[in-house]
Design a protein around this ligand. Structure first.
Ligand SMILES: NC(=O)C1=CN([C@@H]2O[C@H](COP(=O)(O)OP(=O)(O)OC[C@H]3O[C@@H](n4cnc5c(N)ncnc54)[C@H](OP(=O)(O)O)[C@@H]3O)[C@@H](O)[C@H]2O)[C@@H](O)CC1
Ligand SMILES: [K+]
Length: 495
């Protein structure tokens, strides 16, 4: 499992660790890891051109010490100091001792005759660099980049140099993944001690490039509960239901699908297609699309009665393609088994009815649906996904899975939020959400908690999307068909 901790928690853990270590030891560990990552990216360090963008905090200190290490290996290293008088003094001294120089403001005072001053020299150095190291600001950052830093970030973006962010791409919010204004776009982010939530949640995640974690010995100081968790193959493998020798279809769980309408029979078919691949022993369908469902999936138990009289069900999925059928949604919500509410069901579900439920409820909106429920714009939700998924979970007293490039799953009672990173933009295709709802409902019926069912379903669905698309467009039914392959891969990695 990959975990991410808030800045406050990181600071506390760092203080505890620093108290037991010689002064500067942590920064040296960070700088060593950073320099190694930079060297790996450069390939050949000797003769390469490296520019350090150095802010006035310890993030800049990391960059300066890493720059010193690269300079000792023969790189030409130039530091751009955003606030020359406040740059990390010992780090700067180490860089100069190693043969590095300062370019731009402050060059004349600390860089000696070889240093060049002026904005033109800075831009030229960045544009000619092989590697730009972004040490402008790390976990001490507030808001988007200030104008002078933003100018450097823009120049780095123009350059052909690879950009390595120190701890975080400068300008992104470490705790939330929000980006308020300008931020550095990195090819690689080298982060220290633990991931920060912003590295795993869009939009900030997209600024980070690939992320490498450098161990600085922080693990023992971090609390058990993280702010954010990203499941990996082995974690999901542990969650997936495995039928025992004594299992029958009822013990494996029956999932009920109340979906589709005369206008949207396909939603019912797709939800069933996901449910059949989700581990439940049987799929029961109620609704007006029974003929379409049975002709595609003859193993489905089709009922022409309402949910209440359809027979035994361990979990319900309601809403995909439901149109305006509010009474079915209300009927399902009144059942005392886990319920997944998706698509039209989200609009039709009465908030008080959801809050009054005692069995688990899993709501699965995309950003647009979440925005409608919250009374804010879609852009607002997309810009602050963590805030809004928590808000929705708390308003409805439900587990909420907010779909998107980085899907988030939050429980109403708080605790670590899960983030799913297996998704692919190819999943943004009609009917893909219906498949996910069937799959998650099936996992709910086989006994997983709403948080685990949502996380495991998002994980498998993302992988299946990748397999189905493989770089080319795929339909939602292809995604459903690829779920067994994703399941097998995950299961095999868990053994
Ligand atoms: N603690 C540890 O043990 C270890 C910490 N480590 C490293 O330290 C980093 C944290 O260092 P930190 O606390 O010094 O803060 P940091 O991120 O450099 O930022 C502060 C500076 O940024 C400035 N600034 C703020 N907002 C800004 C903006 N929008 N745009 C532009 N500038 C902005 C702000 O300016 P001011 O407001 O003071 O004018 C202030 O000068 C951490 O991320 C990791 O890299 C590692 O070495 C491992 C051990
Ligand atoms: K940074």
């Amino acid at each position: 499992m990959r975990t991410a901790y808030s800045v406050e928690t990181v600071r506390t853990a760092e203080r505890a660790l620093m108290a037991r270590l010689p002064e500067g030891a942590l920064m040296q560990r960070a700088a060593a890891g950073l320099a190694a990552a930079c060297a790996g990216l450069l390939g050949r360090v000797y003769g390469s051109r490296v520019v350090l963008l150095v802010g006035s905090g310890d993030n800049g200190g990391d960059a300066l010490y890493a720059g010193a290490r690269l300079a000792r290996r023969g790189a030409g290293v130039a530091a751009v100091l955003l606030a020359p008088e406040r740059a990390h003094a010992a780090g700067l001294a180490a860089l100069l001792r190693a043969g590095g120089r300062v370019v731009g403001a402050g060059a004349d005072t600390v860089g000696g005759a070889a240093a060049a001053a002026g904005v033109g020299a800075v831009e030229e150095a960045i544009l000619r660099a092989d590697l730009v190291v972004d040490g402008i600001v790390g976990i001490g950052g507030k808001g988007g980049l200030r104008p002078d830093a933003a100018q450097l970030a823009a120049c780095a973006a123009e350059s052909r140099a690879a950009v390595v962010a120190v701890d975080l791409p400068s300008g992104v919010d470490a705790d939330t993944g929000e980006v308020h204004g300008d931020a550095v776009r990195a090819d690689l982010t080298v982060t220290f001690g633990t991931h920060k939530p912003g590295l795993l949640i869009d939009p900030a995640r997209a600024y980070a490039g690939s992320v490498r974690l450098v161990d600085i010995g922080l693990d023992g100081e971090l609390p058990d509960e993280a702010a954010l968790e990203a499941l990996q193959h082995a974690d999901v493998a542990r969650l997936l239901p495995v039928p025992g020798a004594e299992s029958d279809k009822y013990r494996r769980g029956v999932v009920g699908i109340a979906a589709g309408s005369a206008r949207y029979p396909g939603a019912a078919v797709l939800a069933v297609s996901g449910a059949l691949r989700g581990g439940a022993g049987a799929v029961r369908y109620v609704g007006p699309a029974g003929d379409a469902v049975i002709s595609r999936f003859p193993e489905t138990l089709v009922s022409d009665r309402g949910p209440k009289h359809a027979g035994r069900v361990q979990a319900w999925v309601v809403g995909p393609g439901a149109g305006d059928d509010a009474s079915t949604v209300a009927e399902v919500l009144a059942c005392d088994v886990p319920v997944l509410v998706d698509a039209d069901g989200l609009r039709l579900a009465d908030r008080d009815a959801v809050r009054a439920r005692t069995a688990p409820t899993l709501m699965t909106p995309h950003a647009g649906e979440a925005a409608a429920l919250l009374g804010v714009s879609r852009e607002t939700v997309e810009g602050a996904r963590l805030t809004w998924v928590r808000e929705l979970a708390s308003r409805y007293g439900a587990t909420v899975l907010l779909k998107g490039s980085t899907t988030l799953i939050a429980d109403a009672r708080g605790g670590a939020v899960r983030v799913n990173a297996t998704g692919t933009p190819w999943l943004a295709t009609a009917g893909s959400g219906d498949v996910l709802s069937g799959l998650a409902g099936s996992l709910l019926a086989s006994g997983l908690s709403a948080l685990d069912a949502g996380s495991a379903a998002a994980y498998l669905h993302g992988l299946a999307g990748r397999y189905a698309a493989d770089g080319a467009p795929a339909g939602a039914h292809d995604v459903a068909a690829a779920i067994p392959e994703a399941w097998r891969d995950v299961r095999d990695a868990g053994h």
